[in-house]
Design a protein around this ligand. Structure first.
Ligand SMILES: Cc1cc2nc3c(=O)[nH]c(=O)nc-3n(C[C@H](O)[C@H](O)[C@H](O)COP(=O)(O)OP(=O)(O)OC[C@H]3O[C@@H](n4cnc5c(N)ncnc54)[C@H](O)[C@@H]3O)c2cc1C
Ligand code: SF4
Ligand code: SF4
Length: 420
């Protein structure tokens, strides 16, 4: 399907205008998304910083938000601690942003107000706009350079030491969950006066090289694709140089043409879809076509207030029922035995179901709950198959709680904690 193009192809300033010190080499690590800690002065810190080794979400939630998630409170069982949740959009969408640019506007506003000295985030590489490169941004207008989503891993946290060496004391960090976990685990020893953490949800990331292979399956001219998003209306949106825009229903994606290991085990077993340790999470999953913002603590509220009337907020909606969709996904994932979960369905039926899904499937918050439960189930199924010995230390109680209604409960030796 082709639809008219929005104005999204703003020219981006060159990377060399930004402060992008080259990180040192990565230490070899198993189950690693190269968040940057292994490249720092003390790579041994991975042992206590890594989401994939022995995460302790309850302790970090207490340290960051003053309390742990409370499964009885609103949707915290799914999304982690929050004090307010909104459907949201920038009244003037930012050119080049992934959605309307709330994420980069929050950081820009912190720089403009002088609240922080710098923003640590990722920019597009000069030789490949899809490859993320860590940068330190100090001028508010340069946040335009980093708008939009890139696919792949960037050693973001390798720039914490250079940031400190430059004398930055108050830092904002924009990060995905595995980066934010390591940042929070080490926060007390990093020596910053203040950290402002803006998180986005993240799922199904892969290497930039794999992502290029995926683009080549979607388009005859993959080098002209400037934007891709998995939308909450069950479509992938592609935008192209020159302004064309195309929507592809999820069910018609060429998933069966991808190699079984297209998504690394890290991203299939990641335990914090919604970035629960950020001060504020900005995504789209619960936004029904707009963005979705979770204000998690006072610092998150302070950042949101900084946008004033520039951001439009409303109550998130919710519709549909997730249980069948999640159970079906679990069955497909188990049947795929490590490959990609394909839905069994004749080709002629796919367009019909693809048309029905946005109208009858889970929407708004129910869509977000669906995705979070699917991800929890995936973590358990893939670790059980590929790394059973890691389950005990890697799977937090909140993941078991989400998967339990679908018959996925810990077996002997899979949990080391009393509360599961
Ligand atoms: C790999 C990936 C998967 C995602 N999956 C989901 C999802 O399933 N559900 C959901 O609700 N949201 C997801 N998001 C977040 C979503 O794509 C948007 O980034 C978010 O909604 C913010 O939109 P915005 O317009 O406010 O962002 P913008 O204002 O355009 O800012 C985007 C920010 O994200 C940073 N960024 C871009 N790529 C990366 C990267 N690879 N690693 C780290 N930082 C990056 C940019 O540097 C920039 O600071 C994902 C993001 C990524 C990177
Ligand atoms: S993801 Fe980060 S903390 Fe974990 S092993 Fe890799 S570099 Fe270390
Ligand atoms: S899916 Fe999880 S592990 Fe993979 S990049 Fe995103 S946050 Fe990191």
């Amino acid at each position: 399907m082709t639809v008219p193009s929005p104005t999204d192809s703003a020219p981006r300033p060159a990377l060399n205008r930004l402060d992008a010190p080259t990180p040192g080499p990565a230490a070899p690590r198993d189950l690693c998304t190269d968040c940057g800690i292994s490249r720092s002065d003390d790579p041994k810190r991975c042992g206590r910083a890594c989401q994939f080794i022995r995460p302790d979400y309850p302790a970090l939630e207490r340290a960051v938000h003053g309390r742990e998630r409370d499964p009885e409170r609103g949707d915290e069982a799914f999304f982690g601690p929050y004090r307010a949740m909104h459907r949201a959009r920038m009244r003037t969408p930012r050119d080049g942003a992934q959605w309307t640019g709330i994420t980069t506007s929050l950081a820009e506003s912190l720089l403009r107000a002088g609240t922080v000295d710098a923003v640590l985030t990722v920019a597009p590489a000069e030789d490949d706009p899809w490859r993320p490169v860590p940068v330190l941004v100090t001028r508010p207008e340069d946040m335009a350079t980093v708008r939009g989503m890139r696919m792949g891993y960037a050693p973001l946290l390798a720039l914490l030491e250079p940031a400190r060496a430059k004398g930055y004391r108050r830092l904002a960090v924009v990060g995905i969950p595995c980066q934010v976990y390591a940042l929070r685990a080490l926060e007390a020893e990093l020596g910053f006066e203040r950290l402002y953490v803006i998180g986005t949800p993240c799922s199904d990331n892969t290497t930039t090289a794999n992502f290029h292979d995926f683009l080549a399956l979607l388009s005859d001219a993959p080098e002209t694709v400037t934007y891709l998003e998995f939308r909450a209306d069950y479509h992938v949106e592609l935008r192209f140089e020159g302004g064309e825009r195309r929507l592809i229903p999820f069910l018609q994606l060429p998933i069966s043409d991808l190699p079984p290991d297209f998504f690394p085990l890290t991203c299939r077993t990641c335990v914090d879809y919604t970035n629960s340790l950020a001060d504020i999470t900005v995504g789209y999953m619960g936004g029904e076509g707009e963005q979705w913002v979770l204000v998690r603590n006072a610092r998150g509220a302070e950042m949101l207030a900084g946008l004033g009337d520039g951001i439009a907020l409303s109550a998130p909606g919710s519709a549909g029922r997730r249980a069948k969709a999640v159970a079906g996904f679990i069955a497909n994932t188990e049947r795929a035995a490590g490959g990609l979960p394909l839905r069994r369905m004749p080709d002629w039926l796919r367009p019909i179901v693809g048309w029905l899904m946005p109208r009858t499937g889970p929407r708004g918050l129910e869509f977000a709950r669906t995705r979070v439960e699917m991800k929890a189930a995936e973590t358990i199924i893939h670790l059980r198959r590929a790394e059973p010995r890691r389950m005990k230390s890697m799977i937090p109680a909140h993941v078991w709680r989400l998967a339990r209604p679908y018959g996925l409960a810990p077996r002997e030796g899979e949990t080391g904690r009393d509360d599961q």
